[in-house]
Write a protein of this length. Sequence first.
Length: 371
Amino acid sequence: MKYLDEYRDGSSTQTLVDLIASSLRGSWSIMEVCGGQTHSIVKYGIDRMVPSGIELLHGPGCPVCVTPLEMIDRAHAVAALPGVVFCSFGDMLRVPGSRGDLLSLKARGADIRIVYSPLDALKLAVAHPDRQVVFFAIGFETTAPANAMAAWMAKRQGLTNFTLLVSQVMVPPMLTAILQSPANRVQAFLGPGHVCTVMGTAEYEPIASFYRVPVVITGFEPVDLLRGILLTVRQLEEGRAVVENAYARVVRRDGSPPGRALIEEVFEACDRKWRGLGLIPKSGLRLRPEYREIDAERRFELDTVETPESPQCISGQILRGLKKPVDCPAFGRECTPERPLGATMVSAEGACAAYYAYGRRQEAEEAKWPT
Ligand code: SF4
């Protein structure tokens, strides 16, 4: 297949659904790791196309959703400082912290700018040597090479007014944490297509083998997702648990060696807190000691603030695949994309936002109160 439309073709999707149905014997719970996959699954109704023996659980692969509230508060504290130009991807501006969100701070006069790349922030630092430019470096391994490149270039250029506020996380330790949870329901993963474009597939092999869970690296279009589900179901039914690549048009086993080398040059593994999941050992990236002068947390000596979640929000259980957005009493009532209580409603990739955008609340209401 060559064109995007072909990955949304009705007859191809129906063929795959039929193959899944003919392969299925038992009942299986499969977690899609990426927020982009969740969005497509809900948008195209893939969870309703597959046979009822398959339950799709929505994983924590949305970078905005898993950024801890404390980090939002730190971003708020830095952005409020005089002389700072705070740069971020747009999604992060609407995530509420204990001091409000960055968008409200911008409305009150803080110099907060939406950028599309950390290199745009770097250009601002070059253009404004009298200002401190800070980039909010969040995300999974997908964003890490560009963030590493910005740090590497700033160091080479000797910039003293550019820093990164780093909240980078990595997928494999998160999968391990989910599988080790006593409440775990996940029996297989649709692996993260974009992350594997950078990191490759090899690091998932020990997870598949040790925990006996299939990991099928999967893309984001309906045909990609259904093919990923088909390969997963076949493994589960045959009692196999290996890594398979159903996104081979993009992903190679060794990923992007230059991208991995750049990450390795600039970052090192560290323990990292995830929103909804808590502290996961060695699941984050921080700047190596040679790059510490580019670390905004050191430059601005930020306090550590413990920030409680909204007591109504069950996004932690949603991110672990234990609940669905429609199980949350606040879904679509107190919590909407306009007034989000939790991060899974803020980001377009969040499960709650996807359910809201594609009418799942209305359907849940109608199921409770049939006309
Ligand atoms: S609907 Fe809102 S309050 Fe409920 S889990 Fe989702 S983000 Fe949290």
